[in-house]
Design a protein around this ligand. Structure first.
Ligand code: CDP
Length: 228
């Protein structure tokens, strides 16, 4: 069967990456976390004091950035490499989360991210998660899923995840960050977060990981049988 492209879009912390990773493992597809790419660019900008509103500095900085993923099929991990440095842990930091949406809204950053993501999809057989994957990056993807979850559930999930790494983090901080990112991501001029008209909606507020995986896989298998 010919491989397809599966896109997962949605708001912050609704479990897209967890689901995308599990789907890719089951289907033997490649998982691509597009958010990690914007996070790595943000880390570079923070380190080099690049103002995301200064387009000429942004364009210069983008020529100095090389992004790659270090896949480990056995461990099921896909670590982000920024100019060959493994930055997977660093990009999950609150400092990066505080700045990433502003960086990702820049027109040149978007063009840079989208072009690289489209190249990664040339061979198909991928599951990519993000905000604009089904609308801008792969508008002709065979299966598009829009993941949603109750905002209270999303804050609790992300708070638990971050608390394990940073005992000083507060739930208010996490809630404010999620709200701010969702607002900027939905209201930006270039490829805002939108549900594609042909996307299937998956609300996982009341679903276990196993239940949501089973549902998404049933859609994937149905689509592969029909379209591949
Ligand atoms: O924290 P969470 O896993 O929900 O977010 P992420 O997928 O790591 O994405 C971090 C940020 O990158 C988002 O809040 C967006 O500002 C940006 N992003 C984007 O603009 N377009 C994408 N395709 C993916 C992420």
């Amino acid at each position: 069967m010919r491989p397809i492209i599966i896109t997962l879009d949605g708001y912050s912390s609704c479990g897209k990456s967890t689901l995308a990773k599990a789907m890719a493992r089951e289907l033997n597809y490649v998982f691509i976390d597009s958010g990690a790419m914007y996070r790595a660019i943000t880390l570079y900008f923070l380190r080099h004091h690049i103002d995301p509103k200064d387009n000429s500095a942004v364009r210069q900085a983008l020529t100095e950035i090389n992004l790659d993923f270090d896949y480990n099929a056995e461990q099921g991990t896909s670590d982000m490499l920024l100019n060959d440095e493994n930055v997977e842990a660093l990009i999950r930091d609150m400092l990066v989360s505080e700045h990433v949406s502003e960086v990702a809204a820049n027109e040149y950053v978007r063009a840079f991210g989208v072009a690289q993501q489209q190249k990664m999809g040339l061979k198909k057989g991928i599951v990519m998660d993000g905000r604009d994957i089904g609308t801008t990056v792969f508008p002709a993807a065979e299966l598009k899923i829009f993941v949603t979850a109750d905002p209270v559930v999303r804050v609790e999930r992300r708070f638990k995840e971050l608390l394990a790494k940073n005992p000083r983090i507060t739930i208010e901080e996490v809630k404010d960050n999620l709200e701010m990112r969702d607002y900027i991501d939905s209201n930006r001029e270039f490829s805002p977060l939108r549900q594609a008209a042909d996307a299937k909606v998956l609300d996982n507020s009341q679903l276990t990981r196993e239940e949501q995986l089973a549902l998404a896989l049933s859609w994937a298998q149905e689509t592969i049988a029909q379209k591949a």
